[in-house]
Design a protein around this ligand. Structure first.
Ligand code: NAG
Ligand code: NAG
Ligand code: NAG
Length: 179
């Protein structure tokens, strides 16, 4: 049978363990979970410099251009994203993903399946966003299907606007609305 003193020691040890594990849990979660983004709107610029190896239009060849135009053609990209339209403005992260031509029509009437993710870190908010949708010449609206870090569980949509089209530079503005 445990003495009262022994019981107190055990209770104290349990108490200490609980408090310490509580502390270490808080410390860990503070370090690994940045502030959750609670705003309803976010915008940044995706910088495409065609001279850099950040885009490959030969990622997948079309299946048969005689029969089906560009159907099956894939492009893979890895671009920087910045705070302002200028490519030398504050670097926020990257946009990486791919598009696959899903229609039998070529440019400019193509229907591209786009799958991409954004790595975003502005010093306050830090995380990733998962994007998926239809990219077209006229309008590209992608679904925000999830995220991590500051954007854990994100849901919404993203509209892409070409704001600079002066080769070798193409800059796209991404307007994100969270629902
Ligand atoms: C991204 O930014 C870095 C740092 O400014 C630069 O060195 C790199 O060339 C850029 N990459 C692309 C694909 O634009
Ligand atoms: C594309 O399809 C046509 C018609 O079937 C065929 O003659 C041609 O060889 C095919 N081209 C390739 C690259 O497979
Ligand atoms: C941003 O998040 C990533 C992934 O969790 C992490 O590796 C990185 O250290 C974080 N950066 C900052 C500045 O908090």
């Amino acid at each position: 049978m445990l003495s009262m003193k022994r019981i107190n020691q055990v209770a104290m040890a349990v108490f200490v363990v609980v408090v310490l594990s509580g502390l270490s849990k808080n410390v860990t979660s503070a370090a690994s979970s940045p502030f959750l983004f609670t705003g309803s709107h976010l915008e940044y610029y995706a910088q495409l410099d065609v001279r850099l190896p950040g885009v490959s239009t030969a990622f997948l060849p079309p299946i048969n251009t005689t029969l089906s135009a560009r159907f099956g053609a894939g492009t893979i990209f890895g671009l920087n994203i910045t705070e302002e339209v200028s490519p030398s403005s504050k670097l926020l992260g990257s946009l990486r993903g791919y598009t696959i031509e899903t229609s039998y029509l070529g440019y400019p009437d193509s229907w591209l399946l786009e799958v991409a993710f954004v790595e975003y870190n502005d010093g306050q908010y830090n995380g990733t966003l998962q994007l998926q949708g239809l990219a077209q010449e006229s309008l590209t609206e992608l679904g925000i299907t999830g995220g991590s870090g500051s954007f854990r569980g994100a849901k919404g949509y993203l509209v892409v606007t070409l704001v600079v089209n002066s080769l070798p530079t193409r800059t796209f503005r991404h307007d994100l609305t969270f629902l």
